[in-house]
Design a protein around this ligand. Structure first.
Ligand code: FAD
Ligand code: EPU
Length: 343
């Protein structure tokens, strides 16, 4: 176990905030994790960090950062229809998607180019372009940090929902996810219902495919990558953590009232009684899109993404976020909630 003192986290969070952690340790095996838990260094506060793509540090971290580096990619079983994988939580999510696509294993191609680690993916049940992790997830393995016991939870008891799970609620800060099991398909069902995917597929190379050549999961992955690159800033160039807020879900009755006043409002039906509003549209309507305040602002191509133009402090980004929350509340009487974990 190698405990590092006074570590700068600038390269370990996608907002690029140069905060300091009092101590940091890389967890590259379960034995290392157990050793740390039994050592004098494991005390509160502690923070598990994967790719740092869903956190906002508002100050230095006065405790121990457990940087997840648990690797591994194992085929547990396979037949001619599907493959069952067990993946180390410290593997990179996007590289895992590409590896699966290259192998012809379908189910996560719509989740291409989402930054971060495999282990963080179940926490907010990552989702994009009509697919969520829960659609392929079998089981999550973790160590309970209180009892030090290794356990697992099957999909049905993970309480998955839109950008949430039991790991983001009841078990938040109580467990260290070590492995994730997923089941992917060799007979592909493509998810093309998100309009932008079809438009992208109809462009360029895909359009020139002959009728007998069908669309592949690789085509879908490439289309999703192209769409994302056209509107989401690359954290390597502009610090951000994707959508800063969740899309608010309101009741059908509340929606009908809103729609009377704002007939252009962008929304998606969730179920009989619930409607999801496009937070990006709400924020844009309040005049924030592309607006820069000091070194932070709302992105010009996607209002839901808050950015660090360089040199911003975490608390400045949080101040901007609270101002956006207040103005959306005032104009639409809708409460925005952060998707990002505020530290
Ligand atoms: P981190 O930011 O390191 O951690 C997030 C939280 O999980 C923290 O609270 C941390 O303590 C906890 N945590 C991390 N690893 C573990 C572990 N092993 N055990 C226990 N707790 C842990 N998300 C989507 O859902 N859909 C998108 O389309 C999407 N697009 C994005 C685009 C961009 C450009 C960016 C920057 C982010 C985007 N995100 C998206 C958000 C983010 O990528 C995901 O939430 C991702 O799963 C976070 O992974 P991470 O490893 O970076 O987590
Ligand atoms: N919109 C605007 N103005 C904006 C941004 C969006 O009017 O500035 C409108 C768009 O025109 C569209 C609607 O809002 O009608 C939805 O926009 P988009 O398709 O870009 O998706 P989103 O709802 O803003 C969500 C996720 C993303 C995910 C995409 C694709 C949330 C909070 N965000 O964004 O996830 O990649 O859909 O599925 O659910 C993330 O979680 O970090 C993230 C990037």
């Amino acid at each position: 176990m190698h405990i590092l003192n006074h570590q700068n986290l600038k390269t370990l969070n996608t907002f690029g905030l140069p905060v300091n952690a009092e101590k940091l340790v890389e967890i590259d095996s379960i034995e290392t994790l157990m050793g740390v838990l039994d050592s004098e260094y494991f005390c509160k506060p502690y923070l598990i960090l994967g790719g740092g793509s869903n956190v906002l540090f508002t100050q230095d971290f006065p405790g121990l950062v457990l940087k997840n580096e648990l690797k591994g990619f194992e085929v547990l079983s396979e037949d001619d229809k599907s493959v069952h994988l067990k993946i180390g939580a410290g593997e990179n999510w996007h590289e895992t998607v590409l590896r699966c696509v290259e192998n012809g294993w379908g189910g996560i191609e719509n989740l291409s180019l989402i930054p971060g680690s495999v282990g963080a993916a179940p926490i907010q049940n990552i989702g994009a372009y009509g697919v969520e992790l829960k659609d392929v997830l079998v089981r999550v393995h973790f160590v309970d940090l209180k009892t030090r016991v290794a356990k697992s939870l099957d999909n049905t008891v993970c309480e998955f929902g839109y950008r949430t799970s039991v790991f983001k609620t009841t078990l938040k800060n109580r467990i260290f996810i070590t492995h994730v099991e997923i089941e992917l398909s060799k007979k592909h069902t493509l998810h093309l219902e998100y309009g932008a995917i079809k438009d992208e597929l109809n462009k360029g190379k895909i359009k020139s495919k002959s009728k007998s050549e069908s669309i592949t999961i690789k085509d879908v992955s490439n289309a999703v990558i192209a769409i994302r690159q056209s509107k989401l800033p690359d954290p390597k160039e502009l610090g951000n953590s994707g959508s800063f807020f969740k899309n608010p879900v309101i009741t059908e009755m509340e929606f009908q009232k809103l729609e009377k006043d704002f007939p252009d409002i962008r929304s998606f039906k969730v179920d009989e009684n619930h409607v999801k509003l496009a937070a990006g549209w709400l924020i844009e309507q309040c005049g924030w899109k592309g607006k820069r305040i000091g070194n932070t602002g709302s992105h010009a191509k996607q209002a839901l993404v808050l950015v660090n133009y360089g040199g911003a402090k975490g608390h400045e980004i949080w101040t901007l976020a609270t101002e956006i929350i207040a103005s959306v509340k005032e104009r639409f009487d809708v409460q925005l909630e952060p998707e990002v974990n505020i530290i």
